[in-house]
Structure formats: structure tokens, C-alpha cells
Design a protein around this ligand. Structure first.
Ligand code: ADP
Ligand code: ZN
Length: 293
């Protein structure tokens, strides 16, 4: 029997039926309501109803934007302001009568890629999403690594510049303040570039624009620093990177791999591989299903 998977994000909420091999059989999605906690729940409940009328499920896995509190089964996503300590696990259990497991969206992305995507075969994997923000999750020794509260793997908030700018998290100099799509764009604009977003910035870099190339060099240097640091701490063998900015392809991965050689001094991290994610928008759902596999 299938697994019901939910992927709850600031932009959209998705529900799907996933089979035992991790294939997405059904997928339903809607924009995330911003007006009230109950409105966001109503949409979630509707999506669950749609998925379950397409077929039965034996358990539910939930990937949610963080922070999450695994012990309490609640979520307080930074980008879903109406949900503060929202009891998502209890609500879903009550509605479906099924066993429910919760994981952070970064963790689920890593798990999805490990099960069905670019991370197959890797035992020590960092999954990263570089988009409007930067998220991540760890699969260590082949298993999801939750941490104490379910929030391990928040690589976007590793510090890449000790004197850096204020971050949405309240800290300073997090890699997200340097290498997210909007922050790369803002830096390029501060240097005189006149484009509007990171997609255009990638096209400009591909066409040889010097400021755009410098923006990618700067961002990938910061990414390389935190990736090498994480690899040194966790003894990783693979990093998988998805999200909007990773769609830049070699424009991102080329300078990133080059920058990594500067920071991977220790012998055991020199063979670290960096690959583009394979699952795209399905990684969260597939990883949520992997939580209850
Ligand atoms: P979200 O953050 O809502 O998950 P995305 O993953 O699509 O959304 O990320 C959006 C970011 O990715 C924006 O900064 C956007 O400019 C950037 N982006 C989208 N496509 C590309 C591309 N081909 N190259 C570089 N950046 C891109
Ligand atoms: Zn931060």
C-alpha cells in the first residue's frame, strides 16, 4: 500500500501518494494560504482528502519548512507566519487515523535524493537547496540525521563571514546572506549590474558579464567554505544541490568545484563529490515518504 506524503512550504503545500519504490503515483498542490492558521490547515486537509480518494495509504510522512519540533510534533515555519507551534502531527493523525512522521524539509530533500535521486549509494550525504533561502539536511551512515529537535542540517545558517550582514535568523554572516538567489542578485546590483533576479544573473554570467561572473565566484566561494566545513565535521562523501539557483548548472557547479579545492585540505574530504539534485520539486514528497519507509 502507498505512503501519503505531505510537503509543506511557504509558497505551496503538496500531497502525494508514493509507492514502496519511491515513485510518485499522485500529486496535488495548492498555494499556501497566508491569512490564518486554520485556512492553511483547511488547504492541507483538502489536499490530504484528494490524495486519499486517489488510493489508500498505510502511513503519512510530512516534510515541513522549519523550524520543526519533533518531540511536540509541531511546526513554526519562518515562511508560514500563521503557523506558530502548529500541531501538524496531531491534526494529520486525527484526520487520517494513520501513523504519522514529521521531518524538516531539508532533511526530507536529502532523504529523497538518497533514496531515489542523485544520492543513491552514498552513505554520508549532505542535501542542499539553494533558492530564495538556503536549506539542507544530512543522511549519515545511511540514515536521516534529525538532531536533538529535528533541525540538524541547517547549512544556510552556517557562518561564512564573521563580520557579515544580519540574517533573517537573527545571526550574522550566514551563507544564506551571501549565496541565496536574492542576495546574489542584490550584491551584483550593488556593483552596477542592472538585471532583476538570479536566473538573469546566471544567463549574464554564461554570456561573460564580469559582474555576474564575480557574483557567482563570490557566492560559490561562500558555499564551498561551508560545504568543506560540514564535510570535515561529518566525514561526508557526497553533496547534492538542488533549488532554483542550482538550475544555473555549470555556471554554479563549475566555480563551486573550483572553490572547493581551496578549502578541502584534509585528505578525507578531498574526494568529496558535488552533484546536482535529480528529483526537482518531488524531492520533499519522496523524502517525506522515506521517513516512514
Ligand atoms: P523557492 O525559493 O520558492 O523554493 P526556487 O527554488 O524556484 O523557489 O528559487 C527561486 C530562486 O532561484 C530565485 O532567486 C530565482 O532567481 C532563482 N533561479 C530560478 N531559476 C534559476 C536559474 N536557471 N539560474 C539561477 N537562478 C535561478
Ligand atoms: Zn542565518
Amino acid at each position: 500500500m502507498s505512503i501519503l506524503a505531505l510537503d509543506i512550504g511557504g509558497t505551496k503545500i503538496a500531497a502525494g501518494l508514493i509507492d514502496d519504490d519511491g515513485a510518485v503515483l499522485q500529486r496535488f498542490q495548492q498555494p499556501t494560504p497566508r491569512d490564518s492558521a486554520e485556512a492553511a490547515w483547511q488547504v492541507t486537509a483538502q489536499l490530504i482528502g484528494q490524495a486519499l480518494s486517489a488510493g489508500p495509504a498505510r502511513a503519512v510522512g510530512i516534510a515541513s519548512a522549519g523550524p520543526v519540533a519533533l518531540g511536540a510534533g509541531t511546526v513554526s515555519p519562518v515562511n508560514i507566519a500563521v503557523w506558530q507551534d502548529f500541531p501538524i502531527v496531531a491534526r494529520v493523525a486525527e484526520l487520517t487515523g494513520l501513523p504519522v512522521r514529521l521531518g524538516g524539509d531539508g532533511l526530507c530533500m536529502a532523504l529523497g535524493e538518497h533514496w531515489r535521486g542523485a544520492g543513491r549509494g552514498a552513505q554520508f550525504l549532505l542535501g542542499m537547496v539553494v533558492s530564495t533561502g538556503i536549506g539542507g539536511g544530512l543522511v549519515l551512515d545511511g540514515a536521516p540525521y534529525d538532531g536533538r529537535t529535528g533541525n540538524a542540517g541547517h547549512i544556510g545558517h552556517m557562518v561564512a563571514d564573521i563580520d557579515g550582514e544580519r540574517c533573517v535568523c537573527g545571526g550574522h554572516g550566514c551563507v544564506e546572506t551571501i549565496a541565496s538567489g536574492p542576495r546574489m542578485t542584490r550584491w551584483a546590483q550593488s556593483q552596477g549590474w542592472t538585471g532583476a533576479d538570479a536566473k538573469e544573473l546566471a544567463a549574464a554570467a554564461a554570456a561573460g558579464d564580469e559582474i555576474a561572473l564575480a557574483a557567482f565566484a563570490r557566492a560559490t566561494t561562500a558555499l564551498a567554505a561551508v560545504i568543506a566545513s560540514t564535510a570535515a565535521v561529518c566525514d561526508l562523501d557526497l553533496v547534492v544541490i538542488g533549488g532554483g539557483v542550482a538550475k544555473a548548472g555549470d555556471i554554479l557547479f563549475g566555480p563551486l568545484r573550483e572553490a572547493l579545492t581551496r578549502y578541502t585540505g584534509l585528505t578525507f574530504i578531498r574526494e568529496l563529490r558535488v552533484l546536482p539534485a535529480h528529483l526537482g520539486g518531488d524531492a520533499g514528497l519522496v523524502g517525506a515518504a522515506a521517513l516512514v519507509r
